[in-house]
Write a protein that binds this ligand. Sequence first.
Ligand SMILES: Nc1ncnc2c1ncn2[C@@H]1O[C@H](COP(=O)(O)OP(=O)(O)OP(=O)(O)O)[C@@H](O)[C@H]1O
Ligand SMILES: [Mg+2]
Length: 317
Amino acid sequence: MGQIEITDVSYSYPESQSNALSNMNLEIDEGEFVLVLGASGSGKSTLARLIGGLIPDFYGGTISGKLKVSERSSMLFQDPEKQLVMNRVEREIALPLENRGVGEKEMIRRVSEALSFMNLNEIKDRDVTTLSGGQKQKVALGSTVVGGQRIIVLDEPISQLDPVNADEILEIVNRLNRDHGYTVILVEQRVDKCFHLADRVIYMESGSITYNGSKNDFIDEKNSDFLPEVVRLSYELPDAQFLNIKDGRAYLRKNNDKNIDENIDKEINTKINITMKSQSKTAHLNTSVYRSTDKSVSLSHVTFSYEKDLSYSIKLT
Ligand SMILES: Nc1ncnc2c1ncn2[C@@H]1O[C@H](COP(=O)(O)OP(=O)(O)OP(=O)(O)O)[C@@H](O)[C@H]1O
Ligand SMILES: [Mg+2]
């Protein structure tokens, strides 16, 4: 039996003629990391709100079917401003515990644990309104998890953050899942940042789940053109789970003996024809590019010139 069980659920928002969720069936086990993908309007946030307990209680509307969530969950949204209510960081983190009437000693211990876990000790006395977007989102996440609910539902939590803060939030979410057994349901558009963290991928279209399975099969079965190339390549290579250049290089070095490079050469050895625009000049490059084990880059028969300026030309044969 899953920790979350959705059986034949259909839902429509108040005064809406159409279903935002249609005959949905989904089971999620304790400790799973589920990534929810899909186009805009496909129902990802609605599913998150359903699991997070906001639908139907907060949104109203019409619901049918059966939903079972074995314990309370907590939710984190795109915009931390909408979740922060207190003026000091430490008070904000303590708020869910205060609301539940947790005793003072226990509260101090749990707030202090949460501040350390989130690396927020340095800013614990700061006024929340003076924090950066990334810091605010960390405080919102801290306040979300301090209550001890072990299911977290995150609806595009990094969409307003710069890459460094986005990585930090996802790393915290990953640790909660990996080291502390939290169940994570993550709705996210920035797939390159989180695809590798998921145990399972769900893809939604028009209020229904049209894919529910592993990452590798998702790439094989679904038209995953919207996935960044680095994500696709990572999963197309045998046994590969890297998503960045550094890990990819380490993988290539490690697998040198296994003749893996032959496969990769085949993948990358495609004829390219690039037009580059820079400083109002257009440049044309026509060549074959491939990667080999002993050289980082090989160029052969390359001719290059700026469109109208032959004084800047390169010819390599
Ligand atoms: N509060 C609301 N009231 C009425 N209709 C809503 C509400 N929120 C969403 N909808 C409708 O429900 C459907 C699903 O929307 P939802 O926000 O769940 O999609 P989404 O996949 O999260 O999209 P996005 O990627 O843009 O966030 C859409 O048709 C949308 O217009
Ligand atoms: Mg949404």
